[in-house]
Structure formats: C-alpha cells, structure tokens
Design a protein around this ligand. Structure first.
Ligand code: B12
Ligand code: SF4
Ligand code: SF4
Length: 344
C-alpha cells in the first residue's frame, strides 16, 4: 500500500470512520443495463439520480477524478431498551440517534482536513445523496460484498454500515472487489414480509417496506398490511442474516436512540405541532419526509394493530385538513371495523 493510502487509512480511524477502501474512477458499466432495466420497469425510486450516465461515471461529477476513497461507519449499536408508550411505531436502526448523513459527513470533513495537511488536492464528497451508486463503489473498493438482500456486508461489521465516498484527483492504490459469500443461504429472501427480494441480489424497491414508509405516492392496499407497525424503514432482511451474528458492535454513540428508544409514540405524533416535531425529531434520519408521512404510516400501523380501542384515535382524522391523512384514516377505520366484525 502506498504511503498516502496508509496515511488516509490511519487518519480515517482517528476521526472515527470504521472502514476505508480505495477504487478507480472507471465508469460502472457493469450495472448500466440493470439501471436501465429498473428505469424501464418501474423499479426506480424518486430518491435516485435519473441521469444514468451521472450514476455510473465519476468523472462527470469530478472531471479530474483519479481515485475514489470509500468510507463506512457501523450503526450496529448495543442497545435493546424498549419505551413504555402504549402505541408504538417502529423505526429502523438506520433512523436511530442522529441522522447518519450528518454524522458521516462531519467525519469525512475531518478526514479531508487531515489529508489537506499533507497534500493539495481536488475533491467532492457524498453520503447517500450523491449521483453515483454507493454500494457498487463500496464493493469495488473492498469494503464488503453484496448480500442476496442487496446490502453491502463487511466481514467485521456485517451489513449495518452507512457508506460515503470522496472523489479526488489524488493518485492512490486500489483495493480488490469482493465477491459474495452468501453461498446457499436464502434466509433474507424467505423472511422479507413484502416479497420485495424477488431474486437473489435483485430487489423490487416499489415493494420494499423501507420504500413504502418514505414515498409520498399512494401505498397499494395489499402492501399496507405488510408494513405491520413499521413507520420508518425496515430491518427484517438484515435481522435474519447470519452474517450479522457475532460481529463487532458500533462504538458511535451518535446512533444510540436516546430520545426515541427505537420507536415513536404514536399518540404524541398525532398531537404535536410541526415546530415541536422539528425540535424533537428533526435530528433523526427518518424525519426527512416530514411529519405527515410519519402520521400516514402511523395510521397504517394502528390499523395493523387490529384493536377496536384504537378507533377513537383514528376517527379524529376523518375530517383532517390534509386529504392524504383523511384517506388513510378512512382506510384504517374500515380495516378495524372488518376485523371486529370477523371476530363476532
Ligand atoms: C434508493 C435507495 C433505496 C431504495 C431502493 C434500494 C435499491 N436497492 O434499489 C429503498 C428505499 C428501498 C432503500 C432501502 C434501504 N436502504 Co437505501 N439507498 C438508496 C440509494 C439512495 C440509491 C440506491 C440505488 O442506487 N439503487 C440502484 C441499484 C442498481 O443499486 P443498489 O441497490 O445500491 O446495488 C445493487 C446493484 O448495484 C446490483 N448489481 C451490482 N452489480 C451488478 C451487476 C449486474 C449485472 C446487475 C444486473 C446488478 C448488479 O446489486 C446491488 C444489490 O442488489 C442509496 C444511496 C446511493 N446514492 O447509492 C441508499 C443505500 C443503498 N441505502 C442504504 C440503506 C441503509 C437502506 C436500508 C437498510 C434502510 C432501512 N433500514 O430501511 C434499506 C435496505 C433495503 C434493501 N434490502 O436493499 C445504504 C446501504 C448500506 C449497505 N450496507 O449496503 C445506502 C448505500 C445509503 C448509504 N449511503 O449508506 N434504499
Ligand atoms: S428492507 Fe424489509 S421489505 Fe425491504 S427487502 Fe428487506 S425485508 Fe424486504
Ligand atoms: S440472509 Fe443469507 S442470503 Fe441473505 S444476505 Fe444474509 S447470508 Fe446472504
């Protein structure tokens, strides 16, 4: 490994980044057909860059790019406290504690500051919201391998890692691509509640509960039931994964869900003002779509709890000023009503 690579690895550890790998800026041509297939077959989400050339060619983002530094942090914190609220909506671990975009970006900025001490260089850095396909860069840079659940899995930290990268004109040595280690296992495919993992390594995002909890589009009725009490994200295909057993825990206290304990209090969510919501929950990744999307998901969660005693809470939203909230309240009421009829 060249001296500068080693310096960057050492400094990344010092600033609190768990994994650091390097790859070349060649276009990601191997995934071009797949990206086009997704675009043409309603498998592309509104959260992605639409221009496929930008998605695969790093030099369209940084023309002088000679290397890509790929970075990752684990969010697998050791925490299993449960809150006492009566009506709980579940948050995925990716929305525990402080928004990972902020946490990882801060660390990447510290790393850039350290590199600047020894080299003059051009760069652009991204966490999640960049045009390139983060996972493909991570696999190429040896951070981990693709699991059949689509996640990038690292041998030491498993799949609960967030990814970021720096495009730079620095000349660095590159790591080797990692090949999948799933073998015959298919636990994630069988466990996915929504059947979103249609084939190994191929997700249909439009069926994925994580997508459903974030989209502003109408959620098809058959999928609402599959969401259970999940109101942001979904962890099922990672929880069943044997590669996530006996792995290193995250040391990043930022991801400890001190305020939410991993769940939102639905009664509170229905009551608080937008300002109160921003003040209390604005720091978490799951708040990026706003309070009303979480309220919609909370109505679905209430319906899925199938408890008549929740009806009173739902009824107050039948006249809500927001048409989306009215519609989901109507659907939740209908569902609880049918459940109670079928019990009689
Ligand atoms: C849009 C998006 C979503 C969408 C769609 C996901 C998808 N797989 O398409 C939804 C909302 C469903 C989603 C869900 C989640 N996401 Co997301 N998401 C993204 C985002 C913004 C873009 C993903 C993308 O480009 N998809 C397009 C496809 C083509 O790429 P891909 O899925 O990443 O990788 C596949 C291809 O490269 C393909 N592939 C590779 N080589 C080849 C070769 C050929 C020939 C073919 C055909 C395919 C192929 O295999 C890969 C795995 O299937 C990225 C950030 C980014 N800018 O990249 C985060 C990102 C992928 N998400 C992330 C996370 C954490 C999640 C969730 C765990 C959050 C949660 N708990 O709810 C779930 C996991 C769901 C799952 N099982 O994948 C992390 C993943 C970290 C990791 N360890 O892998 C990322 C990288 C964000 C980050 N910077 O940390 N996500
Ligand atoms: S995140 Fe949930 S819904 Fe999406 S693929 Fe994994 S298990 Fe299925
Ligand atoms: S559950 Fe099994 S098949 Fe799925 S990602 Fe983990 S090891 Fe691979």
């Amino acid at each position: 490994m060249n001296k500068l690579n080693q310096y960057i690895i050492d400094k990344s550890k010092e600033v609190g980044i768990d994994l650091c790998g390097f790859t070349d800026p060649a276009p990601l041509t191997n995934i071009k057909d797949y990206l086009m297939y997704r675009q043409e077959n309603n498998r592309m989400t509104e959260f992605e860059e639409k221009n496929i050339d930008l998605r695969i060619d790093p030099k369209l983002t940084l023309p002088s790019c000679k290397s890509i530094i790929v970075l990752a942090i684990s969010y697998n914190v050791d925490y299993d406290d449960k809150p006492a609220y009566k009506l709980k909506g579940k948050l995925s671990k990716s929305s525990w504690g402080i928004d990972y975009h902020r946490v990882l970006k801060d660390k990447i900025e510290l790393l850039i500051y350290e590199i600047k001490k020894v080299a003059d260089f051009q760069y652009k850095y991204f966490v999640d919201t960049g045009p390139l396909v983060d996972r493909e860069l991570a696999v190429k840079a040896g951070i981990g391998y693709y699991g059949k659940n689509n996640l990038v899995i690292n041998d030491d930290y498993g799949s609960s890692i967030f990814l970021g990268h720096i495009l730079t004109d620095l000349e660095l040595e590159f790591n080797e691509r990692q090949e999948s280690k799933c073998g015959d296992c298919d636990l994630c495919l069988r466990a996915c509640p929504a059947g979103a993992l249609e084939e190994p390594y191929r997700i249909n995002p439009k069926k994925c509960i994580s997508y459903l909890t974030q989209t502003k589009d109408k959620i098809p009725e058959e999928y609402r039931k599959k969401m259970g009490i999940k109101i942001y994200g979904c962890d099922t295909c990672q929880l069943v994964c044997p590669k996530n057993k006996g792995i290193k825990k995250s040391c990043h206290e930022e991801f400890i869900p001190t305020i939410t304990k991993g769940y939102m209090d639905l009664e509170e969510l229905f009551q608080i003002s937008n300002r109160q919501f921003k003040e209390k929950y604005g720091h978490m990744a799951g708040s990026w779509r706003g309070k009303n999307i979480l309220k919609r998901n909370a109505l679905i969660a209430l319906a899925n709890m199938k408890k008549e005693e929740n009806l009173e809470l739902i009824l107050q939203f039948l006249e809500d000023e927001n048409p989306m909230i009215r519609e989901y309240a109507q659907w939740a009421k209908k569902n609880i009503f049918f459940t109670s009829l079928s019990k009689k």
